[in-house]
Structures are given as structure tokens and as C-alpha cells.
Design a protein around this ligand. Structure first.
Ligand SMILES: NC(=O)c1ccc[n+]([C@@H]2O[C@H](COP(=O)([O-])OP(=O)(O)OC[C@H]3O[C@@H](n4cnc5c(N)ncnc54)[C@H](OP(=O)(O)O)[C@@H]3O)[C@@H](O)[C@H]2O)c1
Length: 418
């Protein structure tokens, strides 16, 4: 049956009941490739909630880089993980705002009709790590809508009850769907992993990107000083508006990027540019950074290790330009720096971070809101680095501006082009 896109925002059942089928954007293994080809709309059976699970009607969904990776089938195929082998499809989407529609056995904190946002960490209730260490340490830990199917690019999504957070009242559906994955990741990286302190100096790569806009605001709120690296003056102005001391246009230091396979002469030249970059960072912050906020990976990691202050920390959650890093380890050991891996956040961190959104101290940065038909296009824009801040997708909401139940600062709408 062909999906009528005009009808996606409407459902003909009351909270507590589920329709038989729904519209969903689906990735399948045989279509792996650029997002514009890999994502297709299909009619899919609506799942029932199991124990401690909840079906949420998606009002808006947030776009993240992880489903660019899912579309490409790189660096790994998501089809090998989680519940993918059972269902044979990938419905992506690791951010959502919506309405609790049906709860499974055992759920007591939420009821049909509650307005929520969803954090994307799943782990089994039965794993001991969940109860005493950290759910991120559980063998069953997975990112919903990436390592699992039933993500948010569909009319309904299936989540664990512990993934639900109250929707911030002053945000519209699209604003509320836009921030969870990147903001909660940046929160754990800086607050938990690096113990960010007032007065600390921080270097943030990709500061106008999804992670970066939140890393910048967290630094500002914590009384830390940060400099953001970006690729245009417009992005730089956004980063300053979010509280950075200043920005650096990476175009001025293009020669510092590690490509791999450099000859000794090329490496010497590259290192010279890294040194100039480190000097610029120091000039802006008044000292070398105590923390380098990393996710670019291969291209920037040698510069990050070199630029961090003696005893400083390089915290990393991704390798967008490559995951095999090579760098001069002497700058690590001689100057006693630390490299810290970090991955998303636990439910408690998500809850604390979400309270800062409710109070308006941290604000989502929303670049574009697209209709349900825009899911493939949005991921293609991300792949091509043609976006700025976050992109939201309207699903149950039939226009922008709906869902706000209190006055407040709302999101920052980044109006400048990338
Ligand atoms: N492990 C986790 O829990 C987790 C969570 C969230 C995201 N991630 C990963 O983190 C990465 C970034 O996510 P995001 O949402 O922030 O993506 P994003 O919105 O695309 O932002 C990334 C930024 O990195 C910069 N960048 C891109 N290529 C670069 C290069 N060659 N050198 C220097 N900077 C470059 C770009 O900024 P400029 O062009 O302005 O420099 C871009 O805005 C992705 O790989 C994502 O999958 C991991």
C-alpha cells in the first residue's frame, strides 16, 4: 500500500490503542549507500510494548550523524546488532519528542498521554552493571535507533521506559526532538569524564556542529573558557553567541590535518602547521587547553594531543574522519596527558542535563525543520557537512511551533547558512 505523506501526522486511534501499521523510513542491507538512496518509506507493522517498554507516538524526530553511518553500512553494518536480525529492517532515529501511547507490563512512571522526550541508551534491566556501575558498561548496552530498529523516523517508536524524560514545557515538538543525543553525549564528556571546572580552558572541534553547540554552552554555563574550531565565519559567529571566547577557522590551518601515509617531510610540514594552530589556541585562551573535545578523529587527533596542556585531557567520542588514529605518543607521555573515551550518557546524566533545558540555561540550536518526507535529504545534508546545528523532522506535528505549554526562551534558531 502506498503511504500518503499527508496522513502521517494523523492517527485514528486513541492513546492506549495501536493501529496495525505505520509509515516508517527504513534502511535495508541491500540498499546501503548514500542516505538519499538508502532510506525509503515503507509500511511496517506497529510493535507491541514488552515488559518495561513503551510505545511513543512520535511528534518530531531529531537527525543525527549515526544514521548517516547506518545508511552507509560503515564502519559496521547495524544489521548485525540488537534486534535487527529478528526484524530484518532498520528504522533509524535516536531522538524524539512525543506522546506516550501504550505502556507494557511493569511500567508505572508513565501513562498514555504523557508528553516526553526520549534518550537513546538501552540496556537490559537484568545486567548487574545497570544497577551498580553504569548502564553504559552493561554487555546489553545499545543505542536505540542505531544499534536497534524501532527508532524515531516512524509514526510510533518502541523504547524502554527508563529512556523517557519529561518534555521541556517551553519547547515546541521540533525543538524538543532536536538535542538529546548530542547534548547528553557532550554533557558526559565534559562533566562526568573530564570533571569540567570553572576557569578551565577547553578547545572544541566542530563547535557549530551537533555536539559542539552543546559543548560550547556547557563550558559557558560552567564558567569555563572555550575556543571553537569551525569552517566558516558564520559558524564562528554562532559559536561566539553560544559563549565561546573566540573561534578559529580551520581553513587557515588546513595543513595540520592528518591524511595518513605522509612522508617524513610532509609530516614535518604538517606538524609545523599544528604548532601554529596550538599557538593560536593559547593566544585566545591565555593558556593551552586543559581539555580538548574530540570527535573528528584521524585528521585532528595528532594536533589535539599536541595542543592539550601538560596533564590535560583529550576526551573523544567519535572518529568522523577515520577511526585509526596515529599521533606522536611522546607528547602524551612526556607531558602526562590523558585520553578518555566517552560514549553517550546514562539515564541519570540525561535527567540532570534535561533539567538545564527545562530551566532555559542550555538551549537547543535548531537549524532546519523538515516534514516527514525530508528524512533522507536531512541525512544527505549531514553527510555533505552542509548543515549547521540540528535538523528536526515533523512526524505527528503537522506544522512547526506546536507543543509548547509554557513561555520560555525556547531554541536558538541558527539562521545563517553553512
Ligand atoms: N559516541 C557517541 O555517543 C556520539 C554521540 C554523538 C555524536 N557522535 C559522533 O560524533 C561525530 C560528530 O557528531 P555531530 O552530531 O557533532 O556531527 P555534526 O553536526 O556533523 O558536527 C561535526 C562537526 O565536525 C566538523 N568537522 C567535520 N569534518 C571535519 C574535519 N575534517 N576537520 C575538522 N572538523 C571537521 C564540522 O564542523 P566545521 O566544518 O565547522 O569545522 C562539523 O560541524 C559523528 O561521527 C557522530 O556519529 C558520537
Amino acid at each position: 500500500m502506498a503511504i500518503d505523506l499527508q496522513q502521517v501526522s494523523a492517527v485514528d486511534v486513541e492513546p492506549g490503542e495501536l493501529p496495525k501499521t505505520m509509515a516508517a523510513w527504513v534502511i535495508r542491507e541491500e540498499r546501503f549507500g548514500e542516505p538519499k538512496d538508502a532510506f525509503q518509506i515503507e509500511e511496517i507493522e506497529v510493535p507491541e510494548p514488552g515488559a518495561f517498554e513503551v510505545i511513543v507516538r512520535v511528534m518530531a524526530a531529531g537527525v543525527n550523524y549515526n544514521n548517516v553511518w547506518a545508511a552507509l553500512g560503515k564502519p559496521v553494518s547495524v544489521m548485525r546488532y540488537g534486534d535487527h536480525p529478528e526484524f530484518g529492517h532498520h528504522i533509524g532515529g535516536s531522538d524524539a519528542s512525543g506522546i506516550v501511547w501504550k505502556v507494557g507490563p511493569g511500567v508505572t512512571r508513565w501513562k498514555p498521554g504523557d508528553e516526553v522526550v526520549v534518550h537513546c541508551n538501552q540496556a537490559s534491566y537484568e545486567d548487574p552493571e545497570v544497577h551498580g556501575l553504569d548502564p553504559m558498561a552493561a554487555p546489553s548496552q545499545k543505542i536505540w535507533g542505531y544499534e536497534t530498529t524501532w527508532g524515531s523516523f516512524a509514526q510510533f517508536t518502541k523504547v524502554q521506559a527508563q529512556q523517557l524524560l519529561p518534555k521541556p514545557h517551553a519547547l515546541t515538538w521540533e525543538e524538543a526532538a532536536s538535542y538529546g543525543l548530542v547534548y547528553f553525549t557532550a554533557y558526559r564528556m565534559l562533566i562526568t569524564r573530564c570533571n569540567l571546572q570553572p576557569g578551565a580552558n577547553v578547545l572544541i572541534w566542530g563547535a557549530a556542529g551537533g555536539l559542539g553547540v552543546f559543548a560550547t554552552q556547557i563550558c559557558s554555563l560552567a564558567g569555563a573558557h572555550c575556543v571553537g574550531v569551525v569552517s566558516s565565519a558564520e559558524k564562528g559567529e554562532l559559536v561566539k553567541r553560544l559563549g565561546a571566547v573566540d573561534y578559529i577557522d580551520r581553513g587557515e590551518f588546513a595543513g595540520m590535518m592528518r591524511k595518513g601515509g605522509e612522508t617524513p617531510e610532509e609530516e614535518k610540514a604538517r606538524f609545523g602547521v599544528s604548532r601554529d594552530f596550538a599557538k593560536r589556541v593559547k593566544d585566545i585562551l591565555g593558556d593551552a587547553p586543559d581539555i580538548v573535545f574530540e570527535h573528528v578523529g584521524k585528521a585532528t587527533f595528532p594536533t589535539s594531543v599536541f595542543t592539550a596542556k601538560t596533564f590535560g585531557k583529550i576526551v573523544i567520542c567519535a572518529g568522523t574522519t577515520g577511526i585509526d588514529l596515529d599521533f606522536n605518543v611522546a607528547y602524551l607521555w612526556m607531558r602526562q596527558k590523558e585520553i578518555l573515551g566517552s560514549h553517550f550518557a546514562n539515564a541519570y546524566e540525561c535527567t540532570k542535563a534535561n533539567e538545564l533545558i527545562e530551566s532555559g540555561q542550555i538551549r537547543p540550536v535548531l537549524w532546519r525543520t523538515l516534514g516527514f518526507e525530508g528524512v533522507a535529504e536531512a541525512h544527505q545534508l549531514m553527510l555533505e557537512n552542509k548543515h549547521l546545528g540540528k535538523i528536526s523532522i515533523l512526524v505527528g506535528a503537522d506544522s512547526e511551533g506546536q507543543g509548547k505549554t509554557a513561555e520560555g526562551p525556547g531554541a536558538i534558531h541558527a539562521e545563517v547558512g553553512a
